[in-house]
Design a protein around this ligand. Sequence first.
Ligand code: NAD
Length: 399
Amino acid sequence: MTEPLRLGVVGLGRAFMLMLPTLAHHPLAQLVAAADPRAEARRQFESDFSRPDAPARSYDSVEALCADEAVEALYIASPHQFHVAHVRLAAAHGKHVLVEKPMALTIADCQAMIEAAGAGGVHLLVGHSHSFDAPYLRAAELIRSGRFGRARMITAANYTDFLYRPRRPEELDTAQGGGVVFSQGAHQVDIVRLLGGGLVSAVRATTGRFDPARPTEGAYQAFLSFADGASATLTYSGYGRYDSDEQLGWIGEMGQPRDPESYGAARRGLAQVSTPEEEAALKNTRTYGVAKSAVAAPPAAAGHNHFGPITICCEQADLRPLTNGVMIYADERRWLEPLQAPTVPRAEVVDEFHAAVRAGIAPLHSGAWGMATLEVCLAILESARTGREVALRHQVAAG
Ligand SMILES: NC(=O)c1ccc[n+]([C@@H]2O[C@H](COP(=O)([O-])OP(=O)(O)OC[C@H]3O[C@@H](n4cnc5c(N)ncnc54)[C@H](O)[C@@H]3O)[C@@H](O)[C@H]2O)c1
C-alpha cells in the first residue's frame, strides 16, 4: 500500500514545473520516465531523476512512453488540445491517468476519455485543480458534517495577472482553449462545485475582453444555481491590476510569500516582447530544461495553495478557507480550524491518485467530475455569448 506510483510525465512544461516539488518529494510518487518533443527538457529530466540503480528514461513521443513497461501511470501535462489523444493512448496501454485541467475542450472529448479509461480498465483523474487544496477539502468536510447547516451562498473572487504572463499563441485564442474561462475557471468552478455539493443546475454569466492586444476572455462573472437551492457568485479578473492575494496576507497561489512591491511586474515583463514568437520564447525561459530546476528542495511555503478569497454562508455559520486553515464565524464566536502547514505542496493530488490506483478508492476528481466542471466553464462562455441562462445536464455530486 505504500509502494510509490511509478509515474511517466507527458509534457515537461510550466504545469510540470509547478507540480515538480510535489512529484519529486511525495513519498508515494516516483518519476521514472517522460515524453516531450523538447530535447533540453528530456536531458534535464534524465539528469534530475536517474538513480544509480535505475536510470530515468525520456522519449520524444507519447507512444514510446506508453510502451515503457516500468511506467504504471501517467501525469499528462501537455497543452489542452492534446489531452484527449494522450489519454486515449495511455488507456489503450493500460496506464492510469492524471490529466491536467481543463480536462478537454468539449463534452464529447471528455466522454471519449471516460470511455477509453473504462475500456482500458484504468483510473482517470483530472488535476491538479485548486479544489485539491487542503483548506477547500477541509471546508467541504465541515459543510458535509452538518455542524453549520447547509451551504446556501458561496462567494469566490480572484484577481490576478494571469493574462499578462507570457503565453503560447493558442493560449490567447478561445477557440483553441485560450483565455481565463478554460484555464482559470477550471480551478474556481471546481472549488465552488466541491463546496456547493457538485450539482450545478444553471449558469448565468458575462465575460470580459478588455484588452484588444490580448484577444480572449481576461475576466468573467458568473451566477451558479445548485440543484438544492444554494447559489454561488464567481468573479475572476486576470488583468493584472488589483491583486486579491492582498486579502490573504500576501501569500500567493502556490502558498509562497509574495512581494507587494512587485506591482505591475507581469506587464513590465511582457513589454520586452513584440511578436507572438518572442512571447512564446519568453514563456519558454520559465520552463523545465531552461529555467533553474526546482528538484533539490520544495520551495519554502508560507501556507497552503489557494485560489483567492472564498466565503461560504451556511445556515448557522460563515466559513472562510484560508492558507492556514478554515475560519469559522458562528453566532457567538469565531475561530480558526487550523491545518498543519504543508511539507510537500499539493500532496493531496498524489494522495488521491495513489489511493485510487493502489486501494481502489473512488477519486473525487474523476473523469465524470472533470467533465462536469468543464460543462460549467462552457456554460459561462455560452451564457456570455447569448445573454441567457444555461441549464446543465452532466453534473455529478461531490462524493
Ligand atoms: N494545475 C495548474 O496549476 C496548471 C498550471 C499551468 C498549466 N496547467 C495545464 O497544463 C497544461 C500545459 O500547460 P503549460 O502551461 O504547462 O504549457 P507549456 O507550453 O509550458 O508546456 C507544455 C509542454 O508540453 C510539451 N508538448 C507539446 N506537445 C507535446 C506532445 N505532443 N507530447 C508531449 N509533450 C508535448 C511542450 O514541449 C512543453 O514542454 C495545460 O492543459 C494547462 O491548462 C495547469
